[in-house]
Design a protein around this ligand. Structure first.
Ligand SMILES: *Cc1c(COP(=O)(O)O)cnc(C)c1O
Length: 219
């Protein structure tokens, strides 16, 4: 089941688009099924749930934290996390830096941009992210590698709006990349909108329910 869905999604992704399988709310057995089908990037949005699953699964999985991250929880994931998609404050970036140093690591991070209409979605505004990148505020943090941007579109059936939000983030990414060529990841697109996201320039999609089925919990 998981294998078939995974292969179906993969067959639709251009070669330059990385697939993060979002396993939140689903048991380790299902993660293992996807792993056995060759999947290596997995995304979770809650630290506690990630900490429960990670030790039960193969060590070469690359775990991505995709949900809002509280500074006081960074230390638990710092030993192993491979990419944090959801950096939404300099305070959080500072804490990731501190905990990465403690673990003798460099942790890769994406700046999350607020591109949706909804108030509830976390992230920097374009001007805040621009300040961090163009004023090189990330340079103070030697143990984080800011390597891209992430955004979530509005939860709406209005396809044009979703498209516009993704296109706006892609435009910003391209503009920043001229000054900051180390930006290589543009994480946008979920089950409902990944095709639009790819059409607008995403190179990393985060897909949960289309691989693992519906969740009871939201978010
Ligand atoms: C849950 C989640 C996803 C995946 O959502 P699906 O609709 O199940 O594909 C992607 N990104 C983030 C940040 C999420 O929290």
């Amino acid at each position: 089941m998981v294998k078939d869905k995974l292969n179906e999604i993969r067959s639709q992704l251009p070669a330059h688009v990385a697939l993060v399988a979002v396993s939140k709310t689903h048991p380790p057995e299902m993660v293992q099924e996807a792993y056995d089908a060759g999947q290596r990037l997995f995304g979770e949005n809650k630290v506690q749930e990630l900490l429960q699953k990670q030790p039960l699964l193969p060590p070469d999985i690359e775990w991505h934290l995709i949900g809002h991250l509280q500074t006081n929880k960074v230390r638990y994931i710092a030993p192993f996390i491979s990419l944090v998609h959801s950096v939404d404050s300099l305070k959080l970036l500072a804490e990731i830096d501190k905990q990465a140093l403690r673990n003798n690591r460099v942790i890769s991070c994406l700046l999350q941009l607020h591109i949706a209409q909804e108030e509830t979605k976390f992230g920097f505004s374009f001007s805040e992210a621009q300040d961090i990148l163009l004023q090189k505020k990330y340079e103070a943090f030697r143990h984080v590698n800011v390597c891209g941007l992430m955004g979530m579109a509005s939860f709406t059936g209005d396809e044009q709006q979703v498209r516009n939000e993704f296109a706006g983030l892609k435009k910003f990414y391209d503009k920043m990349k001229e000054k900051c060529p180390f930006l290589n990841i543009l994480s946008m697109g979920m089950s409902s909108d990944y095709k639009l996201a790819i059409a607008e320039g995403s190179n990393m999609v985060r897909i949960g329910s289309s691989i693992f089925g519906l969740r009871e919990r939201v978010g």
